[in-house]
Design a protein around this ligand. Structure first.
Ligand code: PEP
Ligand code: MN
Length: 367
């Protein structure tokens, strides 16, 4: 059972206390308060865990400051939407919005290869007024003989350069819990010029120890849907992160593995954007680069990566993770799918137009 408090109450601690007092009358029930700092509001919830079927809702509904009491039948106790609390979707991290209202582009190198390429990438983003980036440092590769990422040694210059160009958040995959410490130590050593969005890659979507370790962090997480598991299993994986105390999760669709998706690298699964939005309060991201896997274009000159982006945004995704590279031929990972800088501004314009259309369509649909 979830007891939702009215948002932004200054006396929330007193309301939580009153809820706890009322709940303590029922034996064998665990009482867990949670705080969510949404993009524009602060939310408090008290979760009652255990055999709550026989507990009446009335004693809680009568407490001043309680907004609603929801019987949670779904498994997604924390990430679940639990009946339209729209404004609790998402969060703001170092000034960058990941919510239902703002469109955020997370563009950058699939893998850091040279300092110069990181510099050029951040510079190009800054020129477009963009403040979120992706930078792969630890790369989970299919073959042990492929480039595994530069690892911790590139972190100091990645963070310094992010600070130089006003990049507020860097999405960065960690493939092992020990790397969380390395990343945080490097951030601290460089004077915290930016923040990290810890990325869980598709291959680690059920690495429960990693998920639990990320759940204990304050920095947000970008979770990439497992490529060979059900959507439900991926959502449960996010619940692992949230249940450890970190509800700031962006759910990223990146396609699923099947040859039925050929000639795309993965079968584009962006029709799941509305499903995730309906079932959870996680903001949804799409990754058209790893879904499509090439820069092939339709006869109108529009790359499939753009088309897939449009499919995600028109369905309500509010962030896009996409590979760019100053010289894709020199990229050590995923060069064939990396867009070049001449396409950065057109990509931003394209995304913005599609989002405007989404907003218009949403108005039509609800009016
Ligand atoms: C990536 O984004 O760098 C990546 C490896 O993607 P995925 O985990 O979706 O394959
Ligand atoms: Mn990649």
């Amino acid at each position: 059972m979830v007891i939702l408090l009215e948002p932004d109450r200054s006396d929330h601690a007193a309301v939580v206390k009153a809820v706890k007092r009322a709940a303590s009358r029922f034996p064998g029930i665990k009482i867990k308060p949670y705080e969510f700092s949404g993009a524009s509001h602060r939310f408090t919830e008290v979760h009652l865990v255990g055999r709550t079927q026989g507990i009446p809702t009335l004693p809680f509904e009568g407490i001043p400051g309680v907004l609603r009491v929801v019987r949670v039948s779904s498994k997604y106790r924390i990430i679940g939407r639990h009946g339209a609390i729209d404004s609790s979707v998402g969060f703001k991290a170092n000034g960058v919005f990941f919510d239902d209202k703002h469109l955020t582009l997370i563009a950058g190198l699939c893998a850091v290869d040279t300092r110069q390429h990181v510099d050029l990438m951040f510079k190009a983003l800054a020129q477009e007024g963009l403040t979120a980036a992706r930078m792969g440092v630890y790369k989970p590769r299919t073959s042990p003989y492929d480039f595994q990422g530069l690892g911790a040694k590139c972190l100091p210059y990645v963070f310094e350069l992010a600070g130089k160009y006003g990049i507020k958040i860097v999405a960065m995959e960690v493939v092992d819990a020990s790397q969380i410490k390395e990343v945080l130590a490097a951030l601290k050593k460089t004077g915290k010029p930016t923040q990290v969005l810890f990325q869980v890659g598709t291959r680690n979507s059920q690495n429960f120890e990693l998920l639990k370790a990320l759940g204990k962090q304050k920095m947000p997480v970008l979770f990439k849907r497992g490529m060979g598991i059900t959507l439900e299993e991926s959502l449960n994986a996010c619940e692992y992160i949230a249940s450890e105390g970190n509800p700031n999760i962006v759910f990223c669709l990146r396609g699923v593995k099947t040859h039925l998706g050929d000639p795309h690298r993965n079968l584009v699964d962006f029709a799941h954007v509305p499903v995730v939005r309906r079932q959870t309060r996680m903001p949804v991201c799409v990754d058209p680069s790893h879904s499509v896997g090439s820069l092939r274009e339709t006869p109108d000159g529009i790359p499939d990566v753009f088309h897939a982006t449009a499919q995600g945004i028109i369905a309500g995704a509010t962030s896009v993770l996409v590979d760019f590279h100053p010289n894709p031929k020199e990229a050590l990972c995923d060069g064939p799918q990396a867009l070049t800088f001449d396409r950065l501004k057109p990509f931003v314009d394209y995304m913005t137009k599609v989002r405007r259309t989404y907003e218009d369509l949403a108005k039509i649909t609800v009016s």
